[in-house]
Design a protein around this ligand. Structure first.
Ligand code: UDP
Ligand code: MG
Length: 318
């Protein structure tokens, strides 16, 4: 019988673990789907890992790991994928904002031959205005850069084992899970879902963490910002050509001096462009630097007893 693995990254979610495990187990048993739940505690500072261990003791189909520190949701997803053994894997948030009721639909599409099932949001639940605005801005930037509709796509997806293996084999450190499944291709179907309200705790994303996420993902997925540098360079060259002609004409007509405003403007504009461009290039160099160092995406400090085999980035088994 085919096995479904569910990956649930969790950061400071102690109140959600037991409840989520219960809800998912209930649903999957009722639908007669063979499953395992993989919780990854992303360096949580509360009792998240304790809760995962407790759930694992109560039900051998639950397993999990703890990171040595907070590595971010991306790392959590990839560590989770690595621990799975299922023929199909679903990635979802452990705060139940991704409604479990969609799972049977995803499972059915997979059985009918889909290799990727994308969860498409039809509304973004209730969120604070600032969060909505920063998330909105984030998705606008990302959609432009990656050329895919980020506003409705999400990390809620089902992947066939083949696709999971492709993603796990990628050598890159700066991953962007959501876009990578588009990049990987495969036979893709979609299911729609409504984002639910968070039951316990609050969103783990602040404005700055979203901006950092946007820049990291944009630079790891698109070289457009680098090309923009060239475009800006061309614009300022055109601009300076016009000014050069004007200056020369004035010089020849003997009405030179008076050009201080122009000089100041030019220095400011060109200086601005240069610094901006250096910043953009800096971001890419930072990415390259990180990739070259080849450090693991995450460090696992603990795993539950039922995890078998070695795990990348594992520090020691307790
Ligand atoms: N998460 C994580 N590491 C982080 C931040 C978040 O593993 O550094 C997890 C979090 O526990 C949750 C999921 O990612 O399961 C989505 O986070 P959250 O609910 O805070 O984001 P939102 O739903 O507001 O987009
Ligand atoms: Mg959430």
């Amino acid at each position: 019988m085919a096995l479904l693995s569910i990956v649930l990254p969790a950061y400071n979610e102690e109140q959600n673990i037991a409840n989520t495990a219960g809800v998912l187990s209930g649903l999957l048993k009722e639908k007669g789907i063979d499953y395992e739940l993989v919780f990854i505690s992303d360096g949580s500072r509360d009792g998240t890992y304790r809760e995962i261990c407790r759930a694992a003791e109560a039900d051998p189909r639950v397993k999990g790991a703890e990171f040595s520190r907070n590595f971010g949701k991306e790392a959590g997803i990839f560590a989770g994928l690595e621990l799975t053994t299922g023929d199909a894997v679903i990635v979802m948030d452990c705060d139940l904002q991704h409604p479990p009721e969609v799972i049977p639909q995803m499972w059915k599409l997979w059985q009918e031959g889909a290799e990727v099932v994308e969860g498409i949001k039809i509304s973004r639940g209730k969120e604070s205005l600032l969060h909505k605005m920063s998330a909105g801005l984030f998705y606008k930037i990302m959609s432009r850069l990656i050329r895919m509709d980020m506003n409705s796509s999400s990390d809620y997806k089902l992947l066939d084992r083949k696709v999971v293996n492709v993603l796990l084999a990628l050598p890159e450190r700066n991953t962007f899970f959501r876009a990578l499944t588009f990049w990987a291709g495969f036979r893709t179907e979609t299911v729609q879902y409504e984002v639910q309200e968070r039951q316990y705790g609050e969103s783990k994303w602040s404005f700055w963490s979203l901006m950092k996420y946007a820049i990291a993902n944009a630079t790891s997925f698109s070289t457009l910002p680098l090309q923009l540098v060239t475009v800006m360079g061309m614009i300022s060259i055109l601009f300076s050509l016009v000014l050069a002609v004007q200056t020369l004409v004035k010089f020849l007509m003997g009405t030179a001096v008076e050009g201080f405003t122009t000089v100041i403007l030019l220095v400011l504009i060109i200086g601005g462009f240069l610094m901006l461009s250096l910043g953009v290039i800096g971001h890419y160099i930072a990415r390259i630097y990180e990739e070259v160092k080849g450090r693991p995406k995450y460090i696992i400090s603990k795993v539950t007893d039922n995890v078998q085999g070695a795990v990348t980035g594992e520090w020691k088994r307790n």
